[in-house]
Design a protein around this ligand. Structure first.
Ligand code: ATP
Ligand code: MG
Length: 542
């Protein structure tokens, strides 16, 4: 492709609102442009990378026995009413009306739509299992669209849905998808860790998130320094509880309040529907909302304020305490402002109706939940997730099949998502330096960038054109045929980040050009007669 014919609007200045490296460089190198908050155009270079990631995903999905289809983005509200999600999804779901005043949603995800499609078709065990997928645009009115393609309001997702007659079949499919996801991200050149994630209140089913490690990541991963254990920090179980100190329990509220971390107990309040929940925890620990919600078996909890005394709660209050509180002796219970409410509190004696549970965030240095090593933290970008849905949607939406005995049962489902556009940004996040992007070969917009230093020089121009014709037969090649200063061309080539740059300069007359490997910075001269071979070598090496 000739650079003069392409739309590559590079920027010299760093855009002020671009907070992450991927956002900065994708804008500066002319891969994307923002049209509204969280809404982007993929310009020719960005589009090429997007299509390559899609191709890898498509290949791995097809290899894993999934079948592609395409569903509409515009979905009738009735389906979302059937599943119950019209009311619970919240403002993230983009809603609109047609000319007949009928409600529609722009698909944030497609469980409803696909369940409605299969419910009349997959009606016998003989037609199961089946896994369908699409690559399609999704809409989510995110509260904080940010970091460019990493959190958009319109984005490209690969979503797959599987249908089964029994759990064993779902388990098998889950593993196949898990393995396929690992291969997809590996092929994209991403350093990814699969972590145990939150499956919500509905039944503790398996789910893993695939996290691309990056400082900018919005998720924290807790991993063991000595084993494969890795979990979203919210899901990491805390097994360790301090031993009970060898201290005699004193009568409640008599004598003096003891201060310091070993004694102090704090309280946070939550609302779950109409219920008020008090959560007691050791000072220095942090309450984990996800664990609270899962312990209560509800979908969501909200932070609340209250001055209720957890030792003398009214009936409407559920009092819960983190396991770490259990072994406190002569503790000091603080109120919301940090003032002493009670002292010489001995939890099992004084908190009669309390429920102890694992409710705190794990900390760096805690023992790993698998008993091997200690916990460390890393930041990650969620690029994919696999999820055992079970019968949540098939029951709500009446998608049933007849089993071998002619008995009607709800179809068992799984769902599997990859953020294609987010993956593009995650690759940029992991592959760049201060000069620009460094694309892995398989997803690069072009493999080779030919840069004649001076197109007004006939020798350079002719050599570049000849090499372009030759290399084009083997690779995807971008020819910088513009009449620009050499410095500008080189800076832009580094910014765009094609894996190999061929510079055609002063030695063109002698048949000598320079080859630079973007990822390593390695530069060497070679004769045009051996260029194909050298480029080959460079591409296999990077
Ligand atoms: P997050 O927690 O980051 O909001 P999610 O868990 O809600 O994401 P899923 O419903 O699991 O997202 O969607 C599947 C995949 O789609 C995610 O793993 C992610 O890669 C991608 N994705 C989700 N939301 C966005 C978004 N706003 N912009 C770009 N990609 C997204
Ligand atoms: Mg997710």
């Amino acid at each position: 492709m000739r650079q003069s014919t392409m739309l590559i609007p590079t920027l010299k200045e760093t855009p002020a609102d671009a907070e992450s490296a991927s956002h900065r460089f994708l804008l500066r190198a002319g891969f994307i442009r923002q049209n509204a908050a969280g809404i982007y155009s993929y310009l020719p270079l960005g589009h090429r990378v997007l299509k390559k990631i899609e191709a890898i995903v498509r290949e791995e999905m097809d290899k894993a026995g999934c079948v592609e289809l395409l569903m509409p983005a515009l979905q009738p509200a009735e389906l979302w009413h059937e599943s119950g999600r019209w009311d619970v999804y919240g403002p993230e779901l983009m809603r609109l009306k047609d000319r007949h005043d009928r409600d529609f949603a722009l698909g944030a995800t497609h469980e409803e739509l696909i369940t409605s499609l299969v419910r009349d078709e997959l009606n016998s065990y003989k037609k199961l299992p089946m896994t369908l997928y699409q690559i399609q645009t999704k809409y989510r009115d995110e509260r904080r669209p940010r970091f460019g393609l990493l959190r958009g309001r319109e984005f490209v997702m690969k979503d797959a849905y599987s249908f089964h007659s029994d759990e064993a079949s779902l388990d098998e499919r889950y593993q196949i998808m898990y393995d396929a996801y690992k291969r997809v991200f590996e092929r994209c050149g991403l350093n990814v860790r699969a972590v145990i994630a939150d499956s919500g209140a509905m039944g503790g089913k398996d789910t893993h998130e695939f996290m691309a490690l990056a400082e900018i990541g919005e998720d924290t991963i807790a991993y063991s320094d000595q084993s494969d254990y890795a979990a979203n920090v919210e899901m990491a179980k805390v097994l360790h509880i301090d031993e009970k100190p060898d201290e005699a329990p004193l009568p409640l509220d008599e004598g003096e309040a003891k201060r310091g971390q070993a004694y102090e107990i704090e309280t946070r309040f939550f609302k779950a529907g109409e219920d008020l929940i008090a959560v007691l925890f050791r000072k220095g620990d942090e309450v984990n909302d996800v664990k609270v919600k899962n312990a209560l078996g509800v979908d969501i909890v909200f932070e609340a304020e209250s001055d209720i005394d957890p030792l003398n709660p009214s009936e409407r209050v559920v009092v819960m305490a983190d396991n770490g509180v259990k072994n406190v002796v002569n503790g000091t219970l603080l109120d919301a402002s940090g003032n002493v409410r009670h002292f010489n509190v001995n939890p099992e004696r004084d908190l009669s109706a309390v429920r102890f549970d694992d409710l705190r965030m794990i900390k760096e240095g805690d023992p790993s939940p698998d008993g091997k090593g200690r916990i460390r933290f890393a930041r990650g970008i969620e690029v994919g997730q696999v999820f055992k849905l079970g019968t949540k949607y098939s029951e709500a939406m009446n998608a049933r099949f007849l089993d071998e005995n002619g008995k009607s049962r709800p179809i068992i489902m799984g769902c599997y998502g990859i953020g294609i556009s987010r993956t593009l940004a995650a690759i940029a996040e992991q592959h760049h330096d201060e000069a620009g992007l460094k694309w892995p070969v398989v997803v690069a917009p072009f493999a080779v960038h030919i840069v004649p230093v001076n197109v007004k020089n006939a020798e350079q121009k002719q050599t570049a054109e000849a090499l372009y014709e030759q290399l084009k037969t083997q690779y995807e090649v971008l020819l910088d045929d513009r009449d620009e200063r050499a410095g500008v061309k080189f800076a832009e080539a580094d910014l765009i980040g094609c894996p190999v740059r061929v510079t055609v300069g002063k030695k063109a007359g002698e048949g000598i050009v320079e080859v630079k490997v973007r990822a390593t910075g390695e530069v060497r001269e070679c004769n045009v007669s051996e260029l194909l071979h050298v480029v080959d070598e460079c591409l296999n090496r990077v």
